[in-house]
Design a protein around this ligand. Structure first.
Ligand code: ARG
Length: 467
């Protein structure tokens, strides 16, 4: 007999039962479901909706079920459709008909919303922690290799020399913004839906603030119809997760390029690579490749949920059950990627010599020669033209700018003097970019200092949150 079987004259078609059930995936919410039910039943007792001993029996029964779950002693059944009714059925089996009082003043519609808020609130905090570990790994690597200089690229063509630290800290900044986004979304995920009932509220004298306090929520949904049909917080999480995955994917792409023979800027730790079944020499960057590859499914979950929601009238519709697998998969995919990226960054070998060699080739100091001419009074546009011609000359002579003698320079502009050789050294080229946010050592060092403050800020936030 179904918990809702009263008005039915036939058993559910077997295929329908399987098609509509969510227990195969929402069993993940078992702890959240029990926790939510404990808060609900205590509130019912507190408000006098249930008697003291009824409340105590139900609390004891729920705790018993929790223990059995921890011991792996429960079998969830598709006949009870979802985690909510599986737990309720177990409760009734455990303590008898009084267990049937648990669902007083509550619907699965506000219950599932509560479970998902509890679930995602904790995962939001986990992701902030995972991002913090990665931001730290990037920053520590940057600090250690503050003197490494590699070519910076635009259009994947060598552009200007940059500090390796500067390049890594660009990613630390992206993940810092992602952290801010998660922190902001936390306010909305930390909003309590229970008490909305199925749609319109409940006839019982409940106390929603009591439940919110019990579970550490900072505010309540103010409209019962919104409370049961809101999935914005899930979409928001999927959006933020998508963006984090895109950032991880871009970083992965750099690691894949950098660890190739063609670039040769880093070597990933053996423990983070795999071999080929045929080619004995191969060492493949499977981890960053998979992070890059798995980004697609997270983006897909985001689009999927948006599409599920886009034409749903208020309030709950069964379509909404489709929110779960995408969220659970996103959490697993994102936390897997975060927990691998941080140690992969920490463990990689940095090949400073190769970086510098490449930074010294490809005329990455050409802008500096133009800037030099500007300091001699040549308008920038004219200087650009002169240096362009000089570069062409170098290409024809198969020389770098630093290999030209002063006469050759002066053939192109008489104001060029002997100090040009110093100015065009790769180190000086990087350090000349000392404008705010530039790649000069002093700027990068200042940025490293700032990161430490940002980490402290994140740690302080982590101390304030409930989950
Ligand atoms: N398993 C359902 C879900 O995940 C729970 C809510 C069911 N509510 C209902 N009215 N059928 O959405």
């Amino acid at each position: 007999m179904k918990l809702w079987g009263g008005r039915f004259t036939k058993p559910t078609n077997q295929l329908v039962e399987e098609y509509t059930a969510s227990i195969s995936f929402d069993h993940i919410l078992v702890e959240e479901d029990i926790r939510g039910s404990l808060a609900h039943v205590k509130m019912l007792g507190h408000c006098g909706v249930l008697k003291k001993e009824e409340t105590e029996q139900i609390v004891a029964g729920l705790k018993k079920i929790r223990e059995k779950v921890a011991l792996g002693k429960v079998d969830f059944s598709v006949a009870y459709e979802d985690i909510h009714m599986n737990i309720e059925k177990m409760l009734i089996d455990e303590i008898g008909p009084v267990g049937g009082k648990l669902h007083t003043g509550r619907s699965r519609n506000d219950q599932v919303a509560l479970d998902m808020h509890l679930y995602l609130r904790a995962r939001t905090v986990d992701m902030v922690q995972g991002l913090l570990a990665l931001r730290k790994a990037l920053t520590e690597k940057a600090e250690r290799y503050i003197d490494a200089i590699l070519p910076g690229y635009t259009h994947l063509q060598r552009a200007q020399p940059v500090r390796f630290a500067h390049h890594l800290l660009a990613y630390a900044d992206m993940f810092g913004r992602d952290t801010e986004r998660l922190m902001d979304s936390y306010k909305r995920v930390n909003t309590m839906p229970l008490g909305a009932g199925a749609i319109a509220g409940t006839t019982f004298p409940i106390d929603r603030d009591y439940v919110a306090r019990e579970l550490g929520f900072s505010r309540l949904y103010e409209n019962s119809m919104d409370a049961v049909s809101d999935r914005d917080y899930l979409v928001e999480f999927l959006h933020i997760a998508s963006l984090i995955m895109v950032h991880l994917s871009r970083l992965s792409e750099e690691l894949i390029l950098w660890s190739s023979e063609e670039f040769g800027y880093v070597e990933l730790d053996d423990a983070f690579c795999t071999g080929s079944s045929m080619m004995p020499q191969k060492k493949n960057p499977d981890v960053p490749e998979l992070i890059r590859g798995k980004t697609g499914r997270v983006l897909g979950h985001w689009v999927g949920l948006m599409t599920t929601l886009k034409a749903l009238p208020l309030t709950y519709n069964k379509d909404m059950q489709e929110d779960k697998e995408g969220i659970f998969d996103t959490v697993a995919t994102l936390s897997g990627a975060l927990s691998l990226m941080a140690p992969m960054i920490a463990g990689m070998t940095v090949k400073e010599k190769k970086m510098r060699q490449h930074a010294e080739q490809g005329f990455t100091n050409a802008t500096d020669l133009a800037d030099y001419l500007v300091t001699k009074g040549v308008p920038f546009r004219q200087a650009h033209e002169i240096v362009g011609k000089l570069v062409l000359h170098c290409i024809q002579q198969q020389k770098s700018l630093l290999e030209l003698d002063l006469k050759e320079f002066q053939n192109y502009h008489s104001s060029i003097e002997g100090d040009i050789y110093e100015k065009l050294q790769v180190e000086n080229v990087a350090d000349a970019r000392s404008s705010h946010a530039g790649t000069a050592k002093i700027r990068v060092m200042a940025s490293l200092e700032k990161k430490k403050e940002e980490f402290d800020e994140t740690l302080r936030w982590l101390e304030t949150v409930t989950y």
